[in-house]
Design a protein around this ligand. Sequence first.
Ligand code: ADP
Ligand code: TRP
Length: 329
Amino acid sequence: MEIVLSGIRPTGQLHLGNYYGALRNFVRIQDKYECYYFIADLHSLTTHPHPDDFHANVKNILAEYLAAGLDPEKSALYIQSDVPEVSELYVLLNMLAYKGELERTAAFKDKVRHNPENVNAGLLTYPVLMASDILIQRANWVPVGKDQDQHLEMSRVFAKRFNNFYGVEVFPEPHAMDFGGGSLKVPGLDGNGKMGKSEGNGIYLADDEKTITKKVMRAVTDSGPTVPNSPKPVVIENLFTLLKLVSTPDTVEFFDEKWNDCSIRYGDLKKQLAADICKVTLPIRERIIEISQDNDYLAKVVKSGCERARANASKTLEAARKAVGFRKF
Ligand code: ADP
Ligand code: TRP
């Protein structure tokens, strides 16, 4: 069976971008692949989270993973730092990763621009750690959003480089898992491109109805169409993109027609959008609250996930160590 792997950093609550760009896809493919889903807590250290918040953030994402439908019976759900094989492979791969290529990574350049006071080596080698996550499980497919395409490309580069350098076939090349229509980008409703934590424009899975409605009603719009069948400006297209994700095709068509004959009322569109977002997220929110309270269950889930992840990872690490030349005395 082919292997799927993905991870999300525990840097806050999950929003609709994470859900539609990543998590929902994780859930949908659980029956068809051997799946490894983890919480990338080591990666989150690159931005120096406070130790007091660290565990709560990890626990939070774990509850959100489970609430959204990840099934620990089907998939291995684990915490990255519980699998030391990942860190050992990271050391090995670092010897084959070059400063120049790491400095050219778009995400790195972005972080340097935004946080010039914390350009640590972990940040520079972020793609190497991500490659280790993927390669240690010999994953074939990695479901992630479009913003991760470059990191994934680097994982392929490191896999090939290791294999060529040592003349082995230890790592298969991982590929982005395409769910049709290319990688999806969930927009924010503030006119600022994608929905994201750092963008501060998230609609969160754990938001209550009132909060969601308030956020949607505040969405940026324009003064409305005046010419029939005109193209939609970006902020309006964004509303429709979200509507397509959460509503029925009939509803989308209804508002599309209203746009085309210039009779659209943005207030109505937003009310419908808020209601349909709630329909998706409120049941998840309820489960998040319920699961978060069950510490015994959460402990059981990560223990068995870690065992499964380590069992597979240790085989890969053994092959990598052998390729590098480590031998027993
Ligand atoms: P954030 O951008 O809020 O910091 P992360 O970078 O932690 O979110 O993303 C976790 C996962 O969710 C990644 O696979 C990423 O590609 C996906 N993702 C995040 N935001 C979006 C979005 N707006 N549209 C599509 N996918 C997204
Ligand atoms: N870099 C990813 C993100 O920011 C998180 C991540 C870490 C990941 N390791 C991974 C995703 C391995 C897929 C596979 O979203």
